[in-house]
Ligand binder design. Structure first.
Ligand SMILES: Nc1ncnc2c1ncn2[C@@H]1O[C@H](COP(=O)(O)OP(=O)(O)OP(=O)(O)O)[C@@H](O)[C@H]1O
Ligand SMILES: [Mg+2]
Ligand SMILES: [Zn+2]
Length: 293
Protein backbone atom coordinates (compact mmCIF):
# COMPACT_ATOMS: atom_id res chain seq x y z
CA UNK A 1 0.00 0.00 0.00
CA UNK A 2 1.23 3.51 -0.75
CA UNK A 3 2.04 5.95 2.03
CA UNK A 4 -0.71 8.15 0.66
CA UNK A 5 -3.48 5.75 1.62
CA UNK A 6 -2.18 5.33 5.18
CA UNK A 7 -2.85 8.99 5.81
CA UNK A 8 -5.05 8.91 8.89
CA UNK A 9 -8.51 10.34 8.22
CA UNK A 10 -10.15 12.77 10.65
CA UNK A 11 -13.86 13.08 11.41
CA UNK A 12 -15.53 16.39 12.25
CA UNK A 13 -15.35 17.07 15.98
CA UNK A 14 -17.92 19.45 17.50
CA UNK A 15 -17.35 21.63 20.56
CA UNK A 16 -19.29 19.24 22.83
CA UNK A 17 -17.81 16.04 21.45
CA UNK A 18 -17.41 13.39 24.19
CA UNK A 19 -14.18 12.00 22.65
CA UNK A 20 -12.39 14.99 21.12
CA UNK A 21 -9.00 13.21 21.05
CA UNK A 22 -10.37 10.43 18.85
CA UNK A 23 -9.81 11.04 15.15
CA UNK A 24 -12.24 8.42 13.88
CA UNK A 25 -15.29 6.77 15.47
CA UNK A 26 -16.60 3.75 13.58
CA UNK A 27 -19.80 1.85 14.37
CA UNK A 28 -19.60 -1.86 13.50
CA UNK A 29 -23.17 -3.05 13.07
CA UNK A 30 -25.76 -5.18 11.30
CA UNK A 31 -29.48 -5.67 11.66
CA UNK A 32 -28.75 -9.35 12.05
CA UNK A 33 -27.44 -11.29 15.04
CA UNK A 34 -24.56 -13.73 14.87
CA UNK A 35 -23.14 -12.55 11.54
CA UNK A 36 -19.71 -11.78 13.03
CA UNK A 37 -19.92 -8.14 14.15
CA UNK A 38 -17.79 -8.73 17.23
CA UNK A 39 -15.33 -10.90 15.29
CA UNK A 40 -14.95 -8.20 12.63
CA UNK A 41 -14.72 -5.35 15.17
CA UNK A 42 -12.05 -7.15 17.21
CA UNK A 43 -9.89 -8.27 14.31
CA UNK A 44 -10.29 -4.95 12.53
CA UNK A 45 -9.11 -3.16 15.69
CA UNK A 46 -6.01 -5.37 15.82
CA UNK A 47 -5.37 -5.02 12.08
CA UNK A 48 -5.48 -1.21 12.38
CA UNK A 49 -3.12 -1.41 15.34
CA UNK A 50 -0.75 -3.59 13.32
CA UNK A 51 -0.70 -0.84 10.67
CA UNK A 52 0.81 1.39 13.35
CA UNK A 53 -2.34 3.19 14.48
CA UNK A 54 -3.60 3.94 18.00
CA UNK A 55 -6.84 2.05 18.50
CA UNK A 56 -9.63 1.63 21.05
CA UNK A 57 -12.51 -0.83 21.06
CA UNK A 58 -15.76 -0.16 22.88
CA UNK A 59 -18.08 -3.10 23.41
CA UNK A 60 -21.43 -1.39 22.91
CA UNK A 61 -23.26 -4.70 23.13
CA UNK A 62 -24.50 -4.10 26.61
CA UNK A 63 -26.83 -7.11 26.60
CA UNK A 64 -24.32 -9.66 25.35
CA UNK A 65 -20.77 -8.33 25.65
CA UNK A 66 -18.30 -10.52 23.69
CA UNK A 67 -15.13 -8.47 23.79
CA UNK A 68 -13.91 -9.78 27.17
CA UNK A 69 -14.08 -13.38 25.88
CA UNK A 70 -12.71 -12.67 22.42
CA UNK A 71 -9.77 -10.76 23.85
CA UNK A 72 -9.31 -13.02 26.87
CA UNK A 73 -9.52 -10.19 29.35
CA UNK A 74 -11.42 -9.56 32.54
CA UNK A 75 -11.00 -7.36 35.55
CA UNK A 76 -12.22 -4.12 36.97
CA UNK A 77 -11.20 -0.91 35.25
CA UNK A 78 -9.67 1.60 37.66
CA UNK A 79 -10.98 5.08 38.22
CA UNK A 80 -9.34 8.13 39.76
CA UNK A 81 -12.77 9.39 40.77
CA UNK A 82 -13.03 11.47 37.62
CA UNK A 83 -12.28 9.23 34.67
CA UNK A 84 -12.33 5.48 34.11
CA UNK A 85 -9.10 3.99 32.79
CA UNK A 86 -9.77 1.60 29.91
CA UNK A 87 -8.22 -1.85 30.10
CA UNK A 88 -5.62 -2.66 27.48
CA UNK A 89 -4.89 -5.86 25.57
CA UNK A 90 -2.53 -6.43 22.62
CA UNK A 91 -1.98 -2.66 22.53
CA UNK A 92 -5.68 -1.83 22.09
CA UNK A 93 -7.67 0.15 24.68
CA UNK A 94 -10.86 -1.59 25.73
CA UNK A 95 -14.06 -0.96 27.58
CA UNK A 96 -17.00 -3.30 28.03
CA UNK A 97 -19.94 -3.61 30.35
CA UNK A 98 -18.56 -7.13 30.78
CA UNK A 99 -15.74 -5.65 32.87
CA UNK A 100 -18.26 -4.23 35.32
CA UNK A 101 -20.28 -7.40 35.86
CA UNK A 102 -19.16 -9.40 38.86
CA UNK A 103 -20.21 -12.70 37.35
CA UNK A 104 -19.54 -12.63 33.60
CA UNK A 105 -22.25 -15.25 33.04
CA UNK A 106 -24.97 -13.19 34.72
CA UNK A 107 -27.26 -11.26 32.40
CA UNK A 108 -27.62 -7.51 32.61
CA UNK A 109 -31.08 -6.74 33.95
CA UNK A 110 -30.89 -2.98 33.59
CA UNK A 111 -33.53 -1.38 31.39
CA UNK A 112 -32.97 0.62 28.22
CA UNK A 113 -32.42 4.14 29.54
CA UNK A 114 -29.89 2.95 32.12
CA UNK A 115 -28.03 0.98 29.50
CA UNK A 116 -27.93 3.89 27.12
CA UNK A 117 -26.70 6.02 29.99
CA UNK A 118 -23.95 3.50 30.69
CA UNK A 119 -22.91 3.52 27.06
CA UNK A 120 -22.73 7.31 26.87
CA UNK A 121 -20.66 7.22 30.06
CA UNK A 122 -18.29 4.79 28.37
CA UNK A 123 -17.67 7.39 25.71
CA UNK A 124 -17.47 10.44 27.90
CA UNK A 125 -16.02 9.20 31.19
CA UNK A 126 -13.49 6.70 29.88
CA UNK A 127 -10.03 8.13 29.41
CA UNK A 128 -9.59 7.12 25.77
CA UNK A 129 -6.90 9.73 25.22
CA UNK A 130 -5.67 10.38 21.71
CA UNK A 131 -6.68 7.63 19.32
CA UNK A 132 -6.62 7.25 15.56
CA UNK A 133 -9.62 4.90 15.68
CA UNK A 134 -12.30 4.02 18.20
CA UNK A 135 -14.39 1.07 17.02
CA UNK A 136 -17.79 0.41 18.55
CA UNK A 137 -19.08 -3.17 18.49
CA UNK A 138 -22.85 -2.73 18.39
CA UNK A 139 -25.56 -5.21 19.41
CA UNK A 140 -27.83 -6.74 16.77
CA UNK A 141 -31.31 -5.35 16.22
CA UNK A 142 -33.27 -2.28 15.40
CA UNK A 143 -30.59 0.27 16.07
CA UNK A 144 -31.82 2.29 19.04
CA UNK A 145 -28.30 2.07 20.43
CA UNK A 146 -26.93 3.48 17.17
CA UNK A 147 -29.54 6.22 17.33
CA UNK A 148 -28.59 7.19 20.89
CA UNK A 149 -24.94 7.24 19.93
CA UNK A 150 -25.53 9.24 16.78
CA UNK A 151 -27.22 11.97 18.79
CA UNK A 152 -24.25 12.26 21.08
CA UNK A 153 -21.17 11.72 18.95
CA UNK A 154 -20.46 12.52 15.34
CA UNK A 155 -19.10 9.21 14.11
CA UNK A 156 -17.57 8.75 10.68
CA UNK A 157 -20.35 6.27 10.10
CA UNK A 158 -21.14 2.58 10.11
CA UNK A 159 -19.40 -0.49 8.78
CA UNK A 160 -22.19 -2.94 8.01
CA UNK A 161 -21.49 -6.63 8.52
CA UNK A 162 -23.52 -9.25 6.68
CA UNK A 163 -23.35 -12.86 5.63
CA UNK A 164 -24.16 -13.75 2.01
CA UNK A 165 -27.47 -15.56 2.41
CA UNK A 166 -30.81 -14.01 1.50
CA UNK A 167 -32.42 -14.50 4.95
CA UNK A 168 -29.68 -12.42 6.55
CA UNK A 169 -29.94 -9.69 3.92
CA UNK A 170 -33.51 -8.70 4.78
CA UNK A 171 -32.54 -7.55 8.28
CA UNK A 172 -29.38 -5.90 7.01
CA UNK A 173 -31.31 -3.82 4.44
CA UNK A 174 -33.44 -2.54 7.32
CA UNK A 175 -30.43 -1.46 9.32
CA UNK A 176 -28.99 0.34 6.29
CA UNK A 177 -32.24 2.29 5.85
CA UNK A 178 -32.39 3.05 9.55
CA UNK A 179 -28.89 4.51 9.43
CA UNK A 180 -29.75 6.57 6.39
CA UNK A 181 -32.89 7.92 8.11
CA UNK A 182 -30.99 9.10 11.17
CA UNK A 183 -28.09 10.44 9.11
CA UNK A 184 -25.38 7.89 9.94
CA UNK A 185 -23.29 7.48 6.78
CA UNK A 186 -22.52 3.96 5.59
CA UNK A 187 -18.75 3.72 5.18
CA UNK A 188 -18.78 0.26 3.67
CA UNK A 189 -19.88 -3.34 3.92
CA UNK A 190 -18.00 -6.42 5.12
CA UNK A 191 -19.28 -9.77 3.91
CA UNK A 192 -18.42 -12.40 6.51
CA UNK A 193 -18.44 -16.19 6.13
CA UNK A 194 -18.31 -15.60 2.39
CA UNK A 195 -16.92 -18.97 1.40
CA UNK A 196 -15.00 -21.93 2.73
CA UNK A 197 -11.76 -23.13 1.17
CA UNK A 198 -12.00 -26.89 1.43
CA UNK A 199 -9.00 -28.83 2.72
CA UNK A 200 -9.87 -31.78 0.45
CA UNK A 201 -10.25 -30.21 -2.96
CA UNK A 202 -8.74 -26.74 -2.31
CA UNK A 203 -11.75 -25.14 -3.95
CA UNK A 204 -14.02 -22.42 -2.69
CA UNK A 205 -17.38 -23.65 -1.44
CA UNK A 206 -19.94 -20.88 -1.19
CA UNK A 207 -21.92 -22.45 1.62
CA UNK A 208 -24.25 -19.50 2.10
CA UNK A 209 -24.62 -18.43 -1.52
CA UNK A 210 -22.84 -15.49 -3.05
CA UNK A 211 -23.24 -11.82 -3.82
CA UNK A 212 -25.01 -10.77 -0.60
CA UNK A 213 -22.36 -8.31 0.51
CA UNK A 214 -22.31 -6.64 -2.89
CA UNK A 215 -26.11 -6.36 -2.87
CA UNK A 216 -26.04 -4.56 0.47
CA UNK A 217 -23.19 -2.35 -0.73
CA UNK A 218 -25.14 -1.42 -3.87
CA UNK A 219 -28.26 -0.71 -1.80
CA UNK A 220 -26.25 1.47 0.60
CA UNK A 221 -24.30 3.21 -2.17
CA UNK A 222 -21.11 2.24 -0.32
CA UNK A 223 -18.10 0.09 -1.18
CA UNK A 224 -17.74 -3.58 -0.32
CA UNK A 225 -14.72 -3.36 1.98
CA UNK A 226 -13.98 -7.05 1.83
CA UNK A 227 -15.05 -10.65 2.08
CA UNK A 228 -13.94 -12.74 5.03
CA UNK A 229 -14.00 -16.47 4.33
CA UNK A 230 -15.25 -19.00 6.82
CA UNK A 231 -12.12 -20.19 8.60
CA UNK A 232 -12.23 -22.60 11.54
CA UNK A 233 -9.24 -20.68 12.98
CA UNK A 234 -11.33 -17.53 13.32
CA UNK A 235 -13.75 -19.21 15.70
CA UNK A 236 -11.02 -21.16 17.45
CA UNK A 237 -8.87 -18.12 18.19
CA UNK A 238 -11.90 -16.03 19.08
CA UNK A 239 -12.90 -18.56 21.71
CA UNK A 240 -9.31 -18.78 22.94
CA UNK A 241 -9.21 -15.03 23.61
CA UNK A 242 -6.51 -14.24 21.04
CA UNK A 243 -8.08 -12.99 17.78
CA UNK A 244 -6.58 -14.52 14.64
CA UNK A 245 -4.98 -11.25 13.51
CA UNK A 246 -2.91 -11.31 16.70
CA UNK A 247 -2.47 -15.09 16.95
CA UNK A 248 -1.50 -15.81 13.35
CA UNK A 249 -0.48 -12.60 11.56
CA UNK A 250 0.15 -13.22 7.88
CA UNK A 251 -2.23 -16.21 7.78
CA UNK A 252 -5.00 -16.06 5.16
CA UNK A 253 -7.72 -15.16 7.71
CA UNK A 254 -5.53 -12.43 9.25
CA UNK A 255 -4.71 -11.06 5.79
CA UNK A 256 -8.42 -10.89 4.99
CA UNK A 257 -9.00 -8.60 7.98
CA UNK A 258 -5.91 -6.52 7.18
CA UNK A 259 -7.23 -5.96 3.67
CA UNK A 260 -10.50 -4.66 5.18
CA UNK A 261 -8.55 -2.31 7.48
CA UNK A 262 -6.68 -0.84 4.50
CA UNK A 263 -9.85 -0.46 2.45
CA UNK A 264 -11.55 1.25 5.39
CA UNK A 265 -8.80 3.88 5.62
CA UNK A 266 -8.82 4.38 1.85
CA UNK A 267 -12.58 4.70 1.82
CA UNK A 268 -12.62 7.30 4.62
CA UNK A 269 -9.90 9.32 2.90
CA UNK A 270 -11.77 9.14 -0.40
CA UNK A 271 -14.98 10.35 1.28
CA UNK A 272 -13.11 13.24 2.93
CA UNK A 273 -11.56 14.16 -0.42
CA UNK A 274 -14.97 14.11 -2.10
CA UNK A 275 -16.45 16.45 0.50
CA UNK A 276 -13.53 18.88 0.10
CA UNK A 277 -14.23 18.92 -3.63
CA UNK A 278 -17.85 19.74 -2.88
CA UNK A 279 -17.57 23.49 -2.89
CA UNK A 280 -19.17 25.05 0.17
CA UNK A 281 -21.37 27.97 -0.93
CA UNK A 282 -22.93 28.53 2.49
CA UNK A 283 -20.47 31.25 3.42
CA UNK A 284 -19.20 29.07 6.27
CA UNK A 285 -22.56 28.30 7.84
CA UNK A 286 -22.38 24.62 7.01
CA UNK A 287 -19.11 24.20 8.83
CA UNK A 288 -20.72 24.08 12.24
CA UNK A 289 -23.70 21.82 11.79
CA UNK A 290 -25.26 20.77 15.08
CA UNK A 291 -25.29 17.04 15.82
CA UNK A 292 -29.08 16.81 15.87
CA UNK A 293 -29.92 14.63 12.90
N1 LIG B 1 -15.39 -15.86 9.21
C1 LIG B 1 -15.62 -16.69 10.23
N2 LIG B 1 -15.14 -17.96 10.22
C2 LIG B 1 -15.39 -18.80 11.25
N3 LIG B 1 -16.08 -18.49 12.36
C3 LIG B 1 -16.57 -17.24 12.45
C4 LIG B 1 -16.36 -16.27 11.40
N4 LIG B 1 -16.96 -15.12 11.77
C5 LIG B 1 -17.52 -15.33 12.97
N5 LIG B 1 -17.29 -16.60 13.40
C6 LIG B 1 -17.76 -17.22 14.64
O1 LIG B 1 -19.18 -17.09 14.67
C7 LIG B 1 -19.64 -16.81 15.99
C8 LIG B 1 -20.48 -15.52 16.01
O2 LIG B 1 -19.62 -14.43 15.73
P1 LIG B 1 -19.78 -13.03 16.50
O3 LIG B 1 -19.96 -13.22 17.96
O4 LIG B 1 -18.65 -12.19 16.03
O5 LIG B 1 -21.13 -12.51 15.85
P2 LIG B 1 -22.00 -11.21 16.27
O6 LIG B 1 -22.62 -10.71 15.02
O7 LIG B 1 -21.17 -10.26 17.04
O8 LIG B 1 -23.09 -11.87 17.22
P3 LIG B 1 -24.17 -11.09 18.16
O9 LIG B 1 -25.25 -10.65 17.22
O10 LIG B 1 -24.59 -12.13 19.12
O11 LIG B 1 -23.45 -9.92 18.77
C9 LIG B 1 -18.39 -16.77 16.86
O12 LIG B 1 -18.21 -18.03 17.45
C10 LIG B 1 -17.28 -16.48 15.87
O13 LIG B 1 -16.03 -17.00 16.31
MG1 LIG C 1 -21.51 -9.37 18.93
ZN1 LIG D 1 -14.16 -29.65 -1.33
Amino acid sequence: MSQESLRVPQRQVGADDPVPGVKNVILVMSGKGGVGKSTVATNLALALKALGLKVGLLDADIYGPSIPTMLGISGQPMSDGKRIQPLERFGVKLMSIGFLLEDPKSAVVWRGPMLHGALLQFLKDVDWGDLDFLLLDLPPGTGDVALTLSQRVRSNGAVIVTTPQEVALQDVYKSVSMNQKVGIPIIGVVENESYFVCGNCNERHELFGSGGGQKIADFAGAPLLGQIPLFPEIRKWGDAGVPVVEAAPGSPPAEAFTAVARRLIESLNAAAQASVLNIDRSGGQNRHLPITR
